[in-house]
Write a new protein. Structure first.
Length: 274
């Protein structure tokens, strides 16, 4: 249960994520429910000391291991970016290695289930290849798109493809930015006897225009945090379990490296009393 946001502007990338984690389970033979929620999950990870970060959403556990723990295990085994043999590293290669690492564990846990019963696990890997000025972003989501998907490739004229992407529990952001509930396209398509793509073309007139060209990194940070916090508010106040929440982790990635803007730290949380 997650909302993660990635904003790409000329000067770099901003990644942001909420912290709520839901553990699912229940009696055998019955649909799993939420057994427990935690407020301090980490869905934004830094890959070693590379200018690369990941956002994850969907199922929070593979067996007894959290996705954060598995990503940490993967990056722990990588050589430092300072090592000579690492020169020429590519975001695509690291993203694909992480994909294979997680897919093996995903299939061990959920492979025996029918496709309709397999939970979703998505990861967006974003960052800069060695000596590259513009970033790359790669997406994979099990079981729907297990292969690596290249996100926001450069335009035909060579200019970077700037913008914002959001994953997880996306309805609040889609309503705000696109001007409609995500299901409305399908409803209109059925009522008007048109394709879903044509329905969304009709709805495009309600989309909020956002100018990413020239947007400073600080404004990109503010936008990412605003969208995450808005989603947290939606799940706090609308009917239903508060499955998004907690602190917002934020990072900025530029050609110079990965910088934490806001990151949860370990501390004592006292429950009442004095």
């Amino acid at each position: 249960m997650t909302i993660v946001v990635a904003v790409k502007v000329n000067d770099g990338l901003v990644l942001a994520a909420d912290s709520a984690v839901a553990v699912h389970g229940g009696p055998a033979g019955k649909p799993p429910g939420i057994l427990k929620t935690y407020d301090y999950g980490r869905k934004l990870s830094h890959i070693k000391d590379y200018p690369i970060g990941t956002l994850s959403w969907g199922v929070s556990l593979l067996g007894s291991r959290t996705i954060e723990s598995l990503i940490s295990e993967y990056e722990f085994g990588l050589p430092s970016v300072k090592d000579k043999e690492v020169q020429g590293f590519q975001v695509r290669e690291i993203a694909d290695d992480l994909r294979a690492f997680l897919l093996e564990r995903y299939e061990a846990q959920y492979g025996p289930l029918s496709p309709g019963d397999q939970p979703s696990l998505g990861v967006l890997a974003s960052g800069y290849s060695d000596r590259a000025y513009f970033p790359e972003q790669y997406l994979f989501e099990f079981p729907v798109t297990p292969d690596l998907q290249f996100r926001r490739p450069d335009k035909e004229n060579g200019e970077p493809n700037l913008g914002v992407d959001w994953f997880g529990l996306t309805d609040a952001i889609t309503r705000l930015v696109k001007g409609a509930n995500p299901r409305l396209g399908a409803v209109l398509a059925e009522r008007l006897q048109i394709s879903t793509g044509e329905a969304w073309q009709l709805l495009a007139q309600f989309e909020y225009p956002i100018t990413f060209e020239g947007m400073p990194l600080q404004d990109a940070i503010d936008l990412a945090v605003y969208l995450v916090e808005m989603t947290i508010g939606r799940y706090r106040f609308a009917v239903g379990a508060p499955v998004c929440g907690g602190e917002v982790d934020v990072a900025v990635i530029t050609p110079r490296g990965f910088t934490w803007v806001s990151r949860k730290s370990w501390h004592v949380v006292r429950q009442g009393g004095s």
